[in-house]
Design a protein around this ligand. Structure first.
Ligand SMILES: *[C@@H]1O[C@H](CO)[C@@H](O)[C@H](O)[C@H]1NC(C)=O
Ligand SMILES: *[C@@H]1O[C@H](CO)[C@@H](O)[C@H](O)[C@H]1NC(C)=O
Ligand SMILES: *[C@@H]1O[C@H](CO)[C@@H](O)[C@H](O)[C@H]1NC(C)=O
Ligand SMILES: *[C@@H]1O[C@H](CO)[C@@H](O)[C@H](O)[C@H]1NC(C)=O
Ligand SMILES: *[C@@H]1O[C@H](CO)[C@@H](O)[C@H](O)[C@H]1NC(C)=O
Length: 457
């Protein structure tokens, strides 16, 4: 009302037309910015980071959409007292065209499928296996840093075994090419965990070693300069890897960082340029005999030191519970515990460390991820919603209610998918199709450039 009368009272004045034009433009701008703000606030929930994908290869785009929002998972709808019905209608939802795309309440109709698109994955995987080529920067046995640059002699062990497995297996694989002109990607084979334990380098030296390494290869070879490092990658399982690129901006901004500590909150990690790889603990290579038949009488299991606020909360609330068995000490019968539990908790510790999730899968136990901001391993290949329950810190007090609210049909689906997906979370020497090595290669293949650069300037 106010502005209409003001506009009417001006027309006869000298600069009236300019004033009116100004007012019209001003109000248009205000209206527009409000519309944009409202739009953003309404839709940001529906547009998780996963969907704003950074993809270089257009071919591999098709079929990978929609990528589901791993960090925004809403499976445990028990909180809202409707889980059974929701999942029942989810089954039938696949039948109707309208629900195919978004499903009910934001849960995609394909959330009972292990892969975002299984057909595309299988087709892509074969193509990757056939044609993908990696050039590894060569280093001599007598290099003073051979311990950091060359594969390990012994079988990988410890918390960061994934890093060593990757290098050892890659170097003997059919993906290696000696001819840089046919390479899709260039591998910088330095090991961050070896640097961490080398007194010549140690934690403070890591960023400088990486900087010097990149300087050296960019002086001696033409490949880094051609793309600013965009077709180069390194692999790191130690959480200290977040310091690797501190002195080498192009490594952070351009190169592909394959890491076990993938977290949206760590500024060193750029989702979808970089890739998330599972951390594992070494276990016997044979599957547990009672993997499928084991009676899972306990609701949930967790064992881990009290080294973070999230774990402290879990221990405080559930430490004495009989159904949720949360231990703050390591337990010796870890295999039995996991084989006897329906759910196995991964609770964020001091650093991102996903070994517990891989371990749960190994023992056929449905992982419950209680950790905000993780970019879960292989999340751009497998659909975590289909085989795990992803919660946030705030859900800890309702944990039992949430887990008990998962219907038996839904639990059956999660467990069936655990058995399907677990092969991706295991390393082998030599590698086995679809294992952690091949799946990491597949993630790298998705990140290769669609254009092979051959001209050297
Ligand atoms: C919650 O579940 C109970 C038992 O199934 C049902 O009677 C009740 O109507 C539900 N409440 C809501 C809000 O859906
Ligand atoms: C991948 O390549 C390896 C080595 O050539 C071969 O043994 C394996 O069968 C291939 N797997 C698939 C699924 O094509
Ligand atoms: C870079 O090259 C110099 C000169 O050859 C060498 O001394 C140094 O160790 C190299 N550094 C790295 C990190 O490769
Ligand atoms: C790559 O670029 C750097 C910085 O511009 C330059 O010093 C170096 O000589 C270049 N490398 C090659 C192989 O031309
Ligand atoms: C568990 O019970 C013991 C003995 O009653 C008590 O001392 C301890 O504080 C309890 N712990 C938790 C986490 O509630």
């Amino acid at each position: 009302m106010g502005y209409s009368s003001c506009c009417i009272s001006y027309p006869r004045q000298k600069h009236s037309s300019k004033v009116i034009l100004f007012l019209i433009l001003l109000s248009l701008a205000v209206v527009c910015s409000h519309v944009i703000l409202i739009y953003i606030s309404k839709t940001s929930e529906l547009l998780p980071i996963d969907q704003i994908e950074y993809r270089r290869n257009r071919e591999s785009l098709i079929g990978h959409l929609p990528i589901s929002a791993v960090t925004r998972q809403t499976i445990p709808v028990a909180l809202h007292n409707a889980s059974k019905n929701l999942f029942e209608s989810l089954e039938t939802a696949t039948l109707t065209e309208d629900n195919l795309q978004l499903g009910l309440k934001g849960i995609s109709a394909s959330d009972n499928e292990v892969y975002h698109d299984g057909d595309v994955f299988l087709k892509d995987y074969k193509e990757m296996n056939r044609s993908f080529k990696i050039y590894v920067y060569p280093h001599r046995q007598d290099d003073p840093f051979a311990n950091i640059l060359l594969p390990t002699q012994e079988e990988p062990t410890g918390n960061y075994a994934s890093e060593h497995y990757f290098k050892n297996v890659l170097m003997k694989s059919h993906f290696i090419t000696e001819d840089p002109s046919e390479a899709d990607l260039f591998y910088m084979p330095f090991s961050i965990v070896k640097m961490r334990h080398d007194p010549r380098i140690d934690v403070p030296g890591i960023p400088y070693f990486v900087r010097d390494y990149v300087f050296n290869i960019s002086q001696r070879y033409p490949y880094w300069n051609r793309t600013g490092g965009a077709d180069h990658f390194y692999v790191c399982c130690h959480s200290i890897g977040k310091k690797a690129a501190q002195q080498a901006a192009s490594v952070k901004l351009n190169a592909i960082q394959v890491v076990c500590s993938a977290n949206y909150f760590v500024s060193a990690y750029i989702p979808h340029k970089d890739a998330s790889m599972p951390q594992i603990w070494n276990r016997p290579q044979e599957d547990p005999q009672n993997l499928v038949s084991s009676e899972r009488n306990k609701l949930a299991f967790f064992a881990g030191r009290n080294n973070s606020p999230v774990r402290e909360r879990v221990h405080r609330i559930w430490g004495n519970d009989t159904e949720i068995r949360a231990k703050s000490d390591w337990v010796s019968n870890i295999a039995e515990e996991q084989l006897g539990s329906k759910f196995c908790l991964h609770v964020k510790g001091y650093e991102v460390n996903t070994a517990r999730a891989s371990d749960a899968l190994l023992y056929g136990c449905v992982p419950v991820i209680i950790a905000n901001h993780y970019h879960l391993p292989f999340a751009d290949v497998v659909n975590w919603k289909s085989f795990s329950v992803v919660l946030e810190d705030g859900d800890i007090p309702s944990l039992k209610k949430i887990l008990k609210g998962i219907s038996s049909e839904q639990y059956f689906m999660l467990r069936r998918n655990v058995l399907k997906v677990r092969k991706h979370f295991q390393w082998h020497t030599p590698p086995v199709d679809y294992d952690a090595f091949y799946t990491t290669m597949y993630q790298l293949w998705l990140r290769r450039s669609a254009v092979r650069i051959s001209s050297v300037v």
